[in-house]
Design a protein around this ligand. Structure first.
Ligand SMILES: [Zn+2]
Length: 188
């Protein structure tokens, strides 16, 4: 029987890594391990296999289906704050300009400009479209008479996950759906 997994290259078979409580180890970025790492962890007995791809890997001494979902045996406490990355910053601002609200042509703006001592931190960097960024120039919002629609904050992991419900990653293997919250019902 045809199944897309059968012709999938092993390198395109990452394992979704769940914590010992069966929630994803991390959402942003989504916790994925390459198949080699996942299988190694299985043999080291650090993880349990939850679900598998149809795809198998072979060696002279063994063959096994590539794990698609694995769970750590030992619980790892999740970090309270997400990493300060471009993606996470866009996600915090819902992929829209904090000045005009557009979702096109997005860049980053230092709210207090760098020349005035503004730092590159969660609290001082806002998603801004290129036209707003250009208009604001090296000025503060007050100097430029441009109001922020929302004050930039350092989000907690929970706040960011909440925003992330609307922005699933591009690729989700079918076996992952039960372990993630990107499904139609939750969005409804
Ligand atoms: Zn704008």
């Amino acid at each position: 029987m045809y199944h897309p997994d059968r012709i999938r290259h092993p390198d395109n078979c990452p394992a979704l890594v769940l914590n010992a409580d069966y929630t994803p180890l991390s959402y942003y970025p989504l916790s994925l391990w390459p198949w080699q790492t996942a299988i190694k962890a299985v043999f080291l007995e650090r993880v349990d296999i939850v679900e598998c791809y149809e795809r198998e890997v072979h060696s002279p001494s063994f063959h096994m289906r590539i794990p698609s979902v694995i769970a750590l045996k030992q619980y790892v406490r999740p970090s309270e704050h997400p990493a300060f990355t471009r993606f996470n910053l866009f996600l915090r601002d819902k992929f829209s300009c904090l000045y005009c609200g557009t979702t096109k042509d997005l860049t980053f703006d230092h709210v207090v400009p760098r020349r005035a001592g503004g730092r590159t931190t969660w609290e001082n960097v806002a998603t801004a479209c290129a036209p707003c960024n250009l208009r604001k120039g090296g000025r503060t919002p007050r100097e430029a008479n441009m109001a922020l629609r929302e004050q930039p904050i350092r989000p907690t992991t929970w706040q960011l996950q909440d925003r992330g419900r609307a922005f699933p990653p591009n690729y989700l293997h079918e076996s992952w759906h039960d372990w993630l919250y990107w499904d139609v019902e939750l969005l409804a």
